[in-house]
Ligand binder design. Structure first.
Ligand code: NDP
Length: 445
């Protein structure tokens, strides 16, 4: 870890992700020194390629704007690079490297042949007109298009990149390459997209939690659930929770969160989807519309996030990294939470993770719990290659099967390496072994 920090200064999120994986792998290296002598982890920590580029564009007032674009091509040992694009002002090299590193193990867990990558820009789509977003996406793709391809690197969406952005990016790729190929996933259903892709991460996170609950002979009936975020992952998490008889009571955005004690039902969720996906408004409007809800504004001076301080049985962090710190984790535990399924990537700090694992609750780390999104992206690639589409039921069946296989791999790996019930070790080890073996087979490249 000292070497990682020296070589990658000022990238705390990347150090955090690397540390978590390295700690789990100590259990493997004791039994399998061949991975250590082949320096597999050291190689996996070094991206195969990092692209960084200027993205100039013009706003509606005719003023020139300049953003920075990135693509981290992290590991292609088991398939083409695959991972989302994030458009958010906080995006920097370290954040994308942490996401790309996690993605490698996550993709390996899905059982599908996908390597790991991640990309994005510090562009903020919030408050921009559709024309501005389109001009930005076109400029971004004007550089990225020469580096990606259906057998090389296939990006998708992430924070700030939804259906609208994927459409503009795909249109520009097609125009430049003069090719209609599956170079992005999350495409519209009329032009190569897969049914269930928008739902997949949220549904998958709930399916993963359902598998964890089964190990204790429980289900979702009447379970009170805290959900953060109100974007793609949060919306479909809530949808599936309602369907399975649970009671989701919170949603958030960067301005604050709503707590609706009687529960968010299908009608209220429709309002949120319209608010967030079409009107692009703030979650506070939920509390103006539904009197059962209370809105609490974000307060950066607090040492904790009050969304995690309500009585509940389950928590689905689905907004962003490090949104649960040690105090939040302690609050969740003392409020009765026994299931945490991470829809977001690395939403819990290292100290928070330690509290969850010490308490032996059902804690599903992001790289396992939110792998449903990339899994259905993999299914979208398969459908594109066949020039054929599966039905909603077929894709959903496959998603459920994949989440259940991921769960089983985590349980088995955790047990095999002496830490039964520890999904963090299970996910890191199961994800690593497949990639590591492929890297050794392919020689020093
Ligand atoms: P969206 O952009 O659709 O939604 C993100 C939500 O999180 C918004 O409500 C946003 O609020 C909130 N949010 C984002 N950043 C912050 C922040 N710094 N502080 C507080 N709130 C924040 O993104 P997704 O739902 O797609 O992604 C959510 C998480 O899930 C991310 O961690 C992503 O990496 C992860 N993920 C997503 C997958 C996918 O398929 N989309 C797959 C696997 C993981 P606001 O609008 O105010 O910014």
């Amino acid at each position: 870890m000292d070497a990682v920090k020296v070589k990658n200064p000022a990238e705390p999120e990347f150090h955090q992700a690397a540390h978590e994986v390295a700690e789990s792998l100590l259990l493997v290296f004791e039994q399998h020194p061949e991975y250590r002598s082949a320096r597999v982890l050291e190689r996996a920590l070094e991206p195969e390629r990092v692209l960084m580029f200027r993205v100039p564009w013009m706003n509606d007032r005719g003023e020139v704007q300049v953003n920075r674009g990135f693509r981290i091509e992290m590991n292609s040992a088991i398939g083409p690079y695959k991972g989302g694009l994030r458009f958010h002002p906080s995006v920097n090299l370290g954040i994308l490297k942490f996401l790309a590193f996690e993605q490698v193990f996550k993709n390996s867990l899905t059982t599908l042949p996908m390597g790991g990558g991640k990309g994005g820009s510090d562009f903020d789509p919030k408050g921009k007109s559709d024309s501005e977003v389109m001009r930005f996406c076109q400029s971004f793709m004007s550089e990225l298009y020469r580096h990606i391809g259906p057998n090389t690197d296939v990006p998708a969406g992430d924070i700030g990149v939804g259906g609208r952005e994927i459409g503009y990016l795909f249109g520009q790729y097609k125009r430049l390459a003069n090719e209609f190929t599956g170079i992005l996933t999350g495409k519209g259903i009329n032009w190569g997209g897969s049914l269930i892709r928008p739902e997949a991460t949220g549904y998958g996170s709930v399916y993963f939690a359902r598998e964890m609950l089964k190990t204790r002979n429980q289900d979702f009936a009447d379970k009170v659930c805290l959900v953060s975020g109100s974007g793609n992952v949060a919306q479909y998490t809530v949808e599936k929770l309602i369907e399975l008889g649970a009671r989701p009571v919170t949603l958030s955005d960067s301005s604050g969160y709503i707590y609706d004690e009687v529960g968010i039902d299908a009608e209220k969720l429709n309002f949120v989807m319209e608010l967030k996906n079409n009107r692009r408004g703030r979650i506070s409007e939920y509390a103006e519309k539904f009197t059962s809800a209370v809105f609490t504004e974000s307060d950066a001076t607090l040492d904790h996030n009050p969304i995690w301080n309500h009585r509940a049985e389950c928590a689905f962090p689905s907004a962003t990294q490090n949104e649960i710190n040690a105090k939040d984790a302690a609050n969740l535990l003392s409020n009765g939470v026994t299931v945490v399924s991470e829809g977001a990537n690395m939403p819990t700090t290292t100290e928070g993770v330690d509290l969850f694992t010490d308490a032996q609750i059902l804690y599903g780390p992001g790289k396992a719990a939110n792998a449903g999104g990339v899994a259905v992206s993999g299914l979208e690639m398969a459908q594109n290659s066949m020039r054929y589409s599966w039905t909603r039921e077929e894709v959903d069946q496959r998603l459920q099967m994949i989440m259940s296989e991921i769960h089983a791999s985590c349980v088995n790996a955790a047990e095999r390496f002496g830490t039964p019930g520890n999904y963090v070790n299970g996910a890191n080890i199961a994800g690593f072994l497949k990639v590591a073996d492929a890297m050794i087979d392919q020689g020093v490249v």
